[in-house]
Design a protein. Structure first.
Length: 298
């Protein structure tokens, strides 16, 4: 068992295992992706996506194996048991660490379809893993500031068009589309800079989720609103590699998506935008209270 080794040694070994696992899965993923480009037929696309999802899930299984070997993590998870692999879901969660992603992959494996994360466009250039994300059709988003859009109004609506094109590819297979509503990891500096009204969260950014509902709301079974809590403090990715993450609490709830929010244009209807932001803020208020309760009664 790796758990008997010193923590730094465990970290180096598991980092190498993660790298080898990623490279090993990269080759077939890229090959299948190129095959899809050469044969853009619906049945070919569907079967290739099924195989590629199996490869990606195998990558997660191997990661779960070294996570268990390096220092077993106790997961206290509730709310995912009622979900299934046959439906599509919109997933969101609070965001504190890169560990959040492996936690969600670990706990969602076999319970819901493979998670497809919304990513910043710059991440496509990350060596190896960026091409894996591209091959798996993760949506890459390029966000423009209000100042930039004021100078280049022709770019308005680009985010929505990108989201719609990405989500159109998901209609042949069940999918779990993931979006961190906060848009970035929580830190004390970011919390203070935002003057966030929430004690344990950053302000949610409703636009990304609204764009998904506009593109594929009729396909979604609902929103899975997950809350992640680390009783021993928020870990770094190195802590995970070293086996120092002893316990993780995950609470998830399948929230119905109000019919009034399906198929609307978030970027064009100010009244709808305000109602949607109020709905999202209500979800975040409940999440903040839940985190406060978990901290008070671990």
């Amino acid at each position: 068992m790796l758990s008997v080794l010193p923590a730094p040694v465990r970290g180096v070994i598991t980092a190498l295992l993660l790298a080898v696992n990623t490279i090993f899965c990269f080759v077939p993923l890229l090959s299948l992706s190129l095959f899809k480009l050469l044969l853009p037929l619906v049945f070919v696309q569907k079967h290739c996506r099924t195989i590629m999802t199996w490869i990606a899930n195998s990558w997660i299984r191997i990661n779960n194996a070294w996570m268990n070997a390096v220092g077993p993590t106790e997961f206290d998870t509730q709310g995912l048991q009622t979900l299934d692999l046959q439906h599509s879901y919109l997933i969101t969660s609070n965001h504190q660490s890169w560990v959040d992603i492996l936690v969600l992959q670990n706990q969602c494996l076999g319970r819901i379809p493979f998670l497809k994360f919304f990513l910043k466009q710059e991440l496509i250039w990350v060596p190896v893993i960026g091409l894996c994300w591209w091959a798996l059709e993760f949506p890459f988003m390029k966000r423009y500031s209000k100042a930039y859009l004021a100078k280049h109004p022709e770019k308005a609506g680009t985010d929505l068009d990108t989201t719609r094109k990405a989500c159109d590819k998901f209609r042949t297979n069940p999918v779990a589309v993931f979006n961190f509503l906060e848009g970035t990891r929580l830190t004390e500096a970011k919390h203070a800079r935002q003057q966030s009204p929430f004690k344990h969260l950053l302000k949610p950014k409703a636009g990304g989720v609204a764009f998904v509902l506009d593109a594929m709301g009729d396909q979604l079974q609902g929103m899975v609103n997950a809350t992640i809590y680390y009783p021993d403090g928020v870990p770094t990715f190195w802590d995970l590699l070293c086996g120092r993450v002893r316990k993780v609490v995950v609470r998830a709830e399948l929230t119905p998506i109000p019919a009034e929010f399906i198929g609307q244009r978030y970027d064009r209807d100010e009244a709808y935008r305000l109602r949607f932001q109020q709905w999202v803020n209500g979800l975040w208020e409940a999440k903040d209270a839940q985190l406060e309760q978990l901290k008070a009664h671990p």
